[in-house]
Structure formats: C-alpha cells, structure tokens
Design a protein around this ligand. Structure first.
Ligand code: ADP
Ligand code: ADP
Length: 232
C-alpha cells in the first residue's frame, strides 16, 4: 500500500465557513521524498495534524500504510504514532533535559528500559553527527544542532514515515541546506518515506522528487518536482 492515501478528505474547523481542506485526493508513495507546498492558509498544518493523528477528517478517508486511521483503536493509534516521526519548525526540545534525554523521551514514554533506550538514542545521535553533544542542554546548541536533535528524536522509535513540518523555516540558508542533506541521506539509508511540508520552493527543489501544491485547502497541482518547479 501507499504510505499515505487521502481520499476526498474534507476538514472544516468548528465555527469556520471556509474548509481548511476540501476534497483532497492525494497519494504519497512509500519510500518517496514528497513535498507539500503552499502559502499561508493553504491547509498545510491541517494536513500535518491529520497525518499525525491530532485531527480526523470530517469527510473522506485517510489511509496510512493502507489502514483507515479513523478505524484504529487506541493501541492502533499509538502504534501508528510511533511509526510517524515528526520534525517541527521550532524543534520543540525540552530545555530541562539533556540532548540525550530529549532523544530518549519517546522510548521512555513507550516504557523501554533505560540502558536500551540510551544505547538506541546514542546510535541516532551518532547518525546525525551529535555523538559528542549527548550531555549538553538545548540552550547550548545552535539552531542547526537543535534540529539534528529533533531529527534523532523523530527517528528513535524506528518510524517508516518522517514528516518534516517547516523544519528548516527557522534556519539560515546554509544551515537549512545541511538539514535537508541530512534528511535526504537518512531517507535513503533507512528506506523512509519523507514528507516535507513547507512554504519554500527552494526546499522542495532541493530535497524532493515529487510535489503537491495546495492553495486555500485544495490540491491545485501534483507531479515530479523537476517538471512542476522547473526554474524559468
Ligand atoms: P501557519 O501558517 O504556520 O500554520 P498560522 O499563524 O497560520 O501559522 O497558525 C498558527 C496556529 O494557529 C496553527 O496551529 C493554526 O492551526 C492555528 N490557526 C490558524 N488559523 C486559525 C484560526 N482562524 N482560528 C484558530 N486557530 C487558527
Ligand atoms: P497553513 O498551515 O498552510 O497556513 P492551515 O492548515 O493552518 O494552513 O490553515 C488552513 C485554514 O484553516 C486557514 O483558513 C486557517 O485560518 C484555518 N484554521 C487552521 N487551524 C484552525 C483552527 N484551529 N481553528 C480554526 N480555523 C483554523
């Protein structure tokens, strides 16, 4: 099955007259690097919340790895969330925890024993180039380093989907490029589906092979990044 399949998905927030997403039909192929691009208000955050399970569609269906997400029980929901790694714009690191403590957190919540989760987190920190920073605190890191911690945390539960939500929007261009290189490297090494949600064309160009364009809650275009976002 596809990694994600939106089938005529509609979502309108309570009290709003205009839908946040309208009749959205979109397939994200397993193992792809797919960009979702759109201006402010296009529906990107809503799409992220549907994928991460924070919202459910009002109409239509969303299938994750072929499973209808509205039909999952609580255990199924938890499992699905562990299989989706989220990377945020503002990193969402806990200031009182060390780098290692931030990366182990998802495993702690899953009840994994300390030694096991620390070993696993250290492996991930190694892969993002931060092995020597395990005992530091987020405040002691640069923006790019914080995002590497965010990526390690997103991958620590072994997800098959990595969802980057404006993950480079708070970073300067050079740091952004480094993070996009890391995401694409991890995608191929770990055979992940990488979904990059952004308002920045350069980000989609640099890191994706397929792109969907949203505007005011609707899918307006979809296809290979090279043809759709060809440089004039
Ligand atoms: P973005 O464009 O990055 O989503 P926004 O400033 O539009 O940023 O939204 C910030 C937060 O406020 C998001 O969680 C979004 O869902 C929420 N939000 C956006 N529009 C509304 C609204 N009309 N009413 C309530 N919350 C909103
Ligand atoms: P984007 O992330 O592309 O900026 P959003 O998904 O945040 O788009 O917003 C899509 C539409 O839904 C906008 O019109 C926004 O105002 C509205 N919206 C988003 N979140 C909320 C919310 N929590 N409550 C009400 N309206 C919202």
């Amino acid at each position: 099955p596809a990694a994600l399949q939106f089938e005529s998905v509609g979502k309108t927030y309570p009290g709003q007259s205009v839908p946040a997403l309208s009749d959205l039909t979109l397939t994200v192929a397993r193992g792809s690097r797919t960009g979702i691009i759109g201006r402010s208000g296009a529906g990107k955050s809503t799409l992220v919340r549907l994928i991460s399970g924070l919202e459910t569609p009002d109409s239509g269906r969303l299938l994750v790895q072929g499973q209808d997400v509205t039909r999952l029980d609580r255990a199924g929901q938890r499992q699905r969330q562990a299989r989706t790694g989220l990377v945020f714009q503002h990193f969402n690191l806990l200031a009182q925890r060390t780098v290692l403590g931030n990366v182990t957190l998802p495993l702690e919540l899953a009840g994994q024993p300390r030694q096991q989760r620390e070993q696993r987190a250290l492996e991930l920190l190694e892969q993002v180039g931060l092995a020597d920073f395990a005992r530091r605190y987020p405040a002691q890191l640069s923006g790019g380093q914080k995002q590497r911690v965010g990526i390690a945390r997103a991958l620590v539960t072994g997800p098959d989907l990595l969802l980057a939500d404006e993950a480079t929007s708070a970073l300067d261009p050079e740091t952004s490029a480094g993070i996009l290189d890391l995401l694409t490297r991890l995608q191929s090494e770990r055979d992940l589906t990488l979904v990059i949600v952004t308002h920045q064309m350069e980000v989609v160009r640099a890191a994706t092979t397929h792109v969907a364009v949203l505007d005011r809650g609707r899918l307006v275009e979809e296809g290979p990044t090279r043809t759709l976002l060809a440089q004039p």
